[in-house]
Design a binder for this molecule. Structure first.
Ligand SMILES: Cc1ncc(C[n+]2csc(CCOP(=O)(O)OP(=O)(O)O)c2C)c(N)n1
Ligand SMILES: [Mg+2]
Length: 662
């Protein structure tokens, strides 16, 4: 006789309880409360094949309530993924166990996304559902036909990003997105009555979602609700009424089960209550066998898909696209055309011109903007909007949803087959920052097109003028921040971002910049992160290090210094992270020994000077802005902050005099 669904679910409860107890850390409540719902999903609906976790047409499962990580670890183990092993689970939350505190996409192939920061899993799932419909529109049902399932807690639905994600999903009618809400009415502080009185279901309905409710502790009822959700064309919210920590007789239904081990006595009591094996980490043979059988079932769908792709005329195209490799044959002709006709251009415009070459050559790009399309210059001529009526479109109007956009882009990138890029003002990376951080942690290939990158945006004033943003983004591990100085550098940076495995940020100007790169180069110079744009005429006394719009200014400063007989290099540094990764002799050549007091190093960037000591040395001079900006035409703002060639040259000369170098 087959074990009941409840016994299958109890295997999840047992593993969650034991792992948290052993680690004396973690969250047993959510996995225990949602075990039946997860069992319904995994045994009856989810399309997956543990023998090939990367099968492109698998359903995506996102545990948005990432604190309940033991739920997914238990499911992956039970259904027969090669990892985690039972030993991995025994080592839950310990150093080097893939069963990390929160699910990490880079630790276990069955974990699609990194979750834990509440709200973002669901918001990423929206991006996955967009990518699925987009690829379906291009390649058809034979190759792309899957769903995205989410388990979300009260916290996921309270976070602000949820409103952005739900609004976007409803607008785009993402019917392949199905969210199971763990409605246990408990969060860390206690009852949700403490902090929430909105009607969550009505809010989703108002956003164009299909909604339904069920007893989340009855897997048969959850399964029926999932069937209804599948049948409905809208995105679905299934309100699963559950009890947190279900099965722990004295603690269930309370916040005590949320984030701490149950304790020995309570675990024993739960074992008795649920009829579990007396020994920890022990799953009855018939239960494990039944779970493994569930895991094997997906092989059939998978082999049928394989047969279809083998017969498909689009096979090579599809697989190449999913591999993420990108042609860069657009780059050279594009740069040649820029060099043939040099003219002043804002780098945001240069980015658009580059995209005019990129988008036809790289069909996997999906552009977009958080309601600043005309300012971010993200939409090229050929791009049709991606809408509920036309998923094949390659441009998304995200609305004023920076965080939602960034999270959706993470989901798209992790889904695979698309390369998302999206724009807003650089200052509003603050609104998107938690998702940018998850791009870096997950290695998601997302390209952030962040325009209006300094006081150079002018009249919009201090609320819109980034000051600390560039340096704070550079401080984030795992992302390349590019600040190109002209159209050629912009094209080079785009090529680097497209070739990267991870996320990139392009910081681009609103104001026009004169071309600084006027001759063809043998290599992508921005690839070095920093390079000598102009060598000193006379004996080198000064190295001017500048980025983006300040490179042109640095050239003006150098001219004035040379007139005074002071040799000055100008180093353009579009990407500090790349420069730091260069071999030592290259770095030494560009920026010789910091302690060399005979050569003054000067950084010039229209933003905080914080951190530039790294390249100027403490003895160097750092030119920047260490306060908020001003509302004024940009030339006046530059004058006001003394970021002009004349003013900076004056400061450099005075500095040299003080140091006795001149
Ligand atoms: C953005 C964010 N803020 C705070 C936390 C810390 N945190 C983890 S779980 C949790 C409570 C979530 O409540 P709920 O989603 O209802 O989960 P349950 O207690 O029901 O398992 C909080 C505040 C977090 N992980 N992410
Ligand atoms: Mg809750």
């Amino acid at each position: 006789m087959q074990p009941t669904q409840r016994r299958l679910a109890n295997a999840i409860r047992a593993l969650a309880m034991d792992a948290v107890e052993t680690a004396n850390s973690g969250h047993p409540g959510m996995p225990m409360g949602m075990a039946d719902a997860a069992t319904a999903l995994f045994t009856r609906h989810l399309k997956f094949d543990p023998s090939d976790p990367h099968w492109p047409d698998r359903d995506r499962f996102v545990l948005s309530a990432g604190h309940g990580s033991m739920l997914i670890y238990a499911l992956l183990y039970l259904t027969g993924y090669s990892r985690p092993t039972l030993d991995d689970i025994r080592n839950f939350r310990q150093l080097h166990s893939p069963c990390a505190g929160h699910p990490e996409n880079f630790e276990l192939p069955g974990v699609e996304v990194t979750t834990g920061p509440l709200g973002q899993g669901l918001a990423m799932a929206v991006g996955m559902a967009i990518a699925e419909r987009h690829l379906n529109a291009i390649y058809g049902d034979d190759l792309v036909d899957h769903r995205t399932y989410v388990i979300a807690g009260d916290g996921d639905l309270m976070e602000g990003v949820n409103h952005e994600a739900v609004g976007l999903a409803g607008h785009l009618k993402l019917g392949r997105l199905i969210v199971l809400w763990d409605d246990n009415r408990i969060t860390i502080d206690g009852s949700t009555d403490l902090s929430r009185s909105e009607d969550v279901v009505a809010r989703h309905a108002a956003a164009g979602w299909h909604t339904t409710e069920c007893d989340g502790l009855d897997s048969g009822k959850v399964s029926k609700a999932i069937e209804q959700a599948i049948a409905d064309e809208r995105p679905s919210l299934i309100r699963c009424r559950t009890v947190i920590g279900y099965g722990a007789p004295n603690k269930q239904g309370t916040a005590a089960t949320h984030g701490a081990a149950l304790g020995k006595d309570e675990v024993e009591a739960a074992r008795a209550e649920l009829g579990l094996e007396p020994k920890e980490f022990t799953i009855p043979e018939d239960v494990l066998a039944a779970w493994r059988e569930v895991g094997r079932r997906g092989a059939l769908d998978h082999s049928e898909w394989r047969r279809r792709i083998e017969q498909s005329a689009r096979k090579d195209d599809f697989l190449k696209r999913l591999s993420g490799t990108v042609d860069d044959n657009w780059l050279k002709p594009h740069i040649d055309s820029l060099l043939a006709d040099p003219k002043p251009v804002a780098t945001r415009k240069a980015s658009e011109i580059a995209l005019e070459a990129i988008n036809p050559a790289v069909p996997s790009t999906i552009g977009g903007s958080a309601d600043l399309t005309g300012s971010n210059n993200t939409k090229t001529k050929g791009l049709e909007p991606l809408t509920a009526e036309y998923y094949a479109g390659r441009y998304i109007y995200y609305g004023i949803r920076e965080f939602g956009m960034a999270a959706a882009m993470n989901g798209m990138a992790l889904h695979g087959g698309v390369i998302p890029y999206g724009g807003t003002f650089l200052v509003f990376t603050d609104y998107a920052r938690p998702a940018i951080r998850l791009s870096t942690l997950q290695g998601a290939k997302v390209i952030y097109v962040m325009t209006h990158d300094s006081i150079g945006l002018g009249e919009d004033g201090p609320t819109h003028q980034p000051i600390e943003h560039l340096q704070s983004l550079r401080a984030m591990p795992g992302i390349e921040v590019y600040r190109p100085a002209d159209a050629v550098e912009t094209a080079e940076c785009w090529a680097l971002a497209l070739a990267s495995d991870g996320p990139s940020i392009l910081a681009l100007t609103r104001q026009n910049l004169a071309p600084v790169r006027t001759a063809a180069a043998k290599e992508n110079l921005c690839g070095r992160g920093a390079y000598r744009l102009k060598g000193a005429g006379g004996e080198r006394k000064v190295i001017l290090i500048a980025t983006g719009s300040e490179v042109e200014i640095a050239l003006g400063v150098a001219e004035r210094l040379e007139e005074q007989g002071i040799g000055a290099d100008v180093v353009s540094m579009p990407c500090t992270e790349r420069f730091d990764a260069q071999p030592r002799d290259y770095r030494e050549d560009i920026l010789p020994d910091v302690s060399n007091r005979e050569i003054l190093r000067v950084s010039i960037e229209a933003g905080t000077t914080f951190g530039w000591e790294r390249y100027t040395g403490l003895q160097g001079l750092r030119i920047g802005i260490d306060r908020y900006g001003v509302s004024a035409p940009y030339q006046d703002a530059y004058e006001y902050f003394r970021l002009t060639p004349a003013a900076i040259a004056g400061r450099v000369l005075a500095f040299l005099d003080r140091r006795g170098i001149r």
